[in-house]
Design a protein around this ligand. Structure first.
Ligand code: GLN
Length: 480
């Protein structure tokens, strides 16, 4: 096995035992990037120099010698953080996000900053102001989004693990399209300090990894209460890796009928149900349930998220940092030109949608109503979790679509988030894992959803599936 193919926990073991030197892992990953990045285009910025100059001097920690990629909407001190936007093309943060600080403390090696849809708005990375990342399994297809660069980098072995952010599915959907593991933690589990805000009541940072064990391991490092984020929760950081027994006997699994109805690719449905049947044969109890407000989730999400975005993005005015238009007549004209030239079309669309739904004459009809729907969606989940341990669904109704296929039709693009946004609206955790391959040789993702702060439980169910189907051993993208 090549060193760049190793998982995070394997790297840690080998380095701890002294069987592999940290610099050897780094060299292997850099070599891999040099070989395939030209075709995949996962990275906006590569940080080889910093990585090589620090790799041997890292103190021993839980991530020492592990090359990790970070989504480019998460602040890294002294290293450009662009959000894949012209607006922040030259922004170098003077501080680290809390997750970055925590990983640094454990000796991680930053390998680069990954591509995304501009300000994390999108499901394909086609909204990046710089370039579109390609799916390592089929270079004509999207890697998903918005954390498409992170998911593609993990799938193509161009890092050992990665960090993404998920507002409406941006960790799970690209993980699903790229055949890797992606976890959106409970809202509040991981500090958002230093994550460039998109929709603050929905945003969460989480791991994108090669295995479930790696996701559990990385979650242990990045979670915890943080003084710098008042929405971070004062809950104990569990040993998530310890929960991975693979035991599912007596586990109660709910299958929401709204997630298996029309519109879903039959191959996706079959692959997910096959895994569910497997868990059933191992002693899990499976029952169909209803999450009746699912059909309103996309509408509610695309009111709430743009409303918060329109407010969060008001700060990009060309005054303090980032892009400023070159020619203007006065202050107002400078704001106007900076924002017209600095933002891409999707970001402008969200700002307009959000501003409209928050306007005094429309507030009650749109924003307030969407917030009420959000409560109903959360209550749907609370009801199910009274009787069940986890909910299993497909992560996305389809496998990876072709580049350009949905780019000109925002509504079709928004609909691809149908199985992921409810989880963000409710604030609960969910993990996507690969569960099979389609006839076109594309990975299919299965989503395990849990109750608040029950990451340990969903990770264990994911682990049980992973152990039985051995996806990684049986499939890999062919980039050689
Ligand atoms: N695709 C969704 C959107 O465009 C979710 C994005 C995300 O989770 N950051 O808003």
């Amino acid at each position: 096995m090549k060193l760049y193919e190793l998982t995070l926990t394997q790297v840690r073991d080998l380095v701890d035992k002294g069987e592999v030197k940290p610099s050897e892992v780094l060299e292997a990953v850099v070599g891999r990037i040099e070989k395939v990045e030209e075709r995949v285009k996962a990275y906006i910025t590569l940080t080889f120099d910093e990585a090589f100059s620090s790799v041997e001097s890292k103190k021993l920690g839980r991530l020492s010698a592990v090359p990790i990629a970070v989504k480019d909407n998460i602040c890294t001190k002294g290293i450009k953080t662009t959000c894949a936007s012209k607006m922040l093309y030259n922004f170098v943060p003077p501080y680290d996000a809390t997750v970055v600080k925590k990983m640094k403390k454990e000796g991680y090696v930053l390998i680069g900053k990954t591509n995304l849809d501009e300000f994390a708005m999108g499901s394909s990375t086609e909204n990046s102001a710089f370039f579109t990342t390609r799916n390592p399994w089929d270079l004509e297809r999207v890697p998903g989004g918005s954390s498409g660069g992170s998911a593609a980098a993990v799938a193509a072995d161009m890092c050992i693990a990665a960090i993404g952010s998920d507002t409406g599915g941006s960790i799970r959907q690209p993980a699903s399209f790229c055949g890797v593991v992606g976890l959106k933690p409970t809202y509040g589990r991981v500090s958002r300090y230093g994550l460039v805000a998109f929709a603050s009541s929905l945003d969460q940072i989480g791991p994108i990894t090669k295995t479930v064990e790696d996701a559990a391991y990385l979650l242990e490092v990045i979670s915890g209460k943080d003084e710098l984020d008042s929405t971070s929760a004062p809950v104990e950081v569990e040993k998530f890796t310890k929960a991975l027994t693979g035991e599912v006997k007596g586990l109660k699994i709910a299958l929401p009928k709204e997630y298996f109805s029309e519109g879903i690719d039959p191959e996706v449905k079959e692959a997910v149900l096959k895994c569910v049947r497997m868990l059933e044969s191992e002693g899990a109890h499976v029952d169909e349930v209803s999450l009746p407000h699912t059909e309103y989730a996309i509408s509610a999400y695309y009111i709430v998220a743009p409303a918060e975005a329109s407010s969060n993005l008001a700060r990009y005015d060309g005054v303090k940092y980032g892009f400023r238009a070159e020619e203007y007549t006065d202050l107002i004209d400078m704001y106007f030109k900076t924002r017209s030239q600095g933002f891409g079309n999707e970001v402008k669309r969200r700002i307009m949608l959000g501003t409209y739904s928050l306007a005094s004459g429309y507030y009650d009809a749109y924003y307030l109503r969407a917030k009420k729907v959000r409560t109903l969606i959360r209550q749907d989940f609370e009801r199910v979790f009274k009787d069940f341990d986890v909910i299993i669904t497909p992560t996305s109704p389809t496998t990876a679509f072709k580049i350009g296929e949905k780019a000109s039709d925002p509504l079709t693009m928004y609909l691809s988030d149908i199985f992921t946004v409810s989880v963000n609206l409710a604030g609960i955790p969910a993990v996507s894992i690969p569960c099979g391959m389609s006839g076109e040789n594309l990975p299919i993702g299965l989503q395990v959803i849990g109750n608040f702060f029950e990451e340990a439980k969903i990770l264990n169910v994911a682990y049980a599936v992973e152990k039985r189907i051995n996806f990684r051993e049986n499939n890999s993208p062919n980039l050689d």
